[in-house]
Design a protein around this ligand. Structure first.
Ligand code: HEM
Length: 132
C-alpha cells in the first residue's frame, strides 16, 4: 500500500485532506490579519470590512483544496482581481511568506509538502505584488 500509493497521492491527500488544510489556512489568516506590518498597508486594512477573516479562510481553503487536487471548487475572484487594488509591496510579500512558513512549521507540515505549498504561493506572486 505504501509503495504503490505514494507516487500517485495528490498533495491534497498527503496533507491529510480538508480538516488539516482548513486548520492551517485559518491559523495563517488569523496571523496575517493581526500582523502590524501587513496592516500598515492602508488598502489592505480597509479591505477587512469587505473581506473579514472567516470569509478569507473560506476562500483560501477552497482554493488550496482545489489546486492541490482535492474535491473543491474555487469560485472566488482571480488573484489579480482580488489583490490588484491593494498595492501590495515586495516587502509585504516577503513578510507574508515568512508568516506562512512559521504557521507551516507550527503545524509540522513535512518538508516535501511544505515546499510544494510554498511553490504554489510563489506562483501567484506576479498577480498579487503590484508595488516595488
Ligand atoms: C501579502 C500578501 C497578501 C495580502 C496582504 C492579501 C490580502 C488580501 C485581502 C485584503 C483580500 C480582500 C480583498 C478585497 O476583497 O478587497 C484578499 C483576498 C483574497 N486573497 Fe489575499 N492577500 C495576500 C496574498 C494572497 C495569497 C498568496 C493567496 C493565495 C495563493 C491569497 C488568496 C486570496 C483569496 C482566495 C482571496 C479572496 C478572493 C475573493 O474574494 O474572491 N492572497 N487578500
Amino acid at each position: 500500500q505504501e509503495s504503490a500509493g505514494e507516487q500517485t497521492e495528490s498533495l491534497y491527500q498527503r496533507l491529510g485532506g480538508l480538516v488539516p488544510i482548513s486548520v492551517v489556512v485559518s491559523d495563517f489568516i488569523d496571523v496575517v490579519v493581526d500582523d502590524d506590518i501587513i496592516n500598515a498597508n492602508p488598502a489592505v486594512k480597509a479591505a477587512r470590512t469587505r473581506a473579514p477573516a472567516p470569509y478569507l479562510s473560506y476562500q483560501v481553503t477552497a482554493q488550496v483544496c482545489y489546486v492541490t487536487g482535492g474535491p473543491c471548487q474555487y469560485l472566488g475572484r482571480s488573484m489579480k482581481e482580488a489583490h490588484g487594488h491593494l498595492n501590495i509591496t515586495e516587502a509585504e510579500w516577503a513578510h507574508m511568506v515568512a508568516l506562512f512558513e512559521g504557521v507551516l512549521d507550527q503545524h509540522q507540515v513535512p518538508a516535501r509538502e511544505r515546499q510544494e505549498l510554498l511553490d504554489i504561493v510563489a506562483s501567484t506572486k506576479g498577480e498579487i505584488v503590484m508595488a516595488p
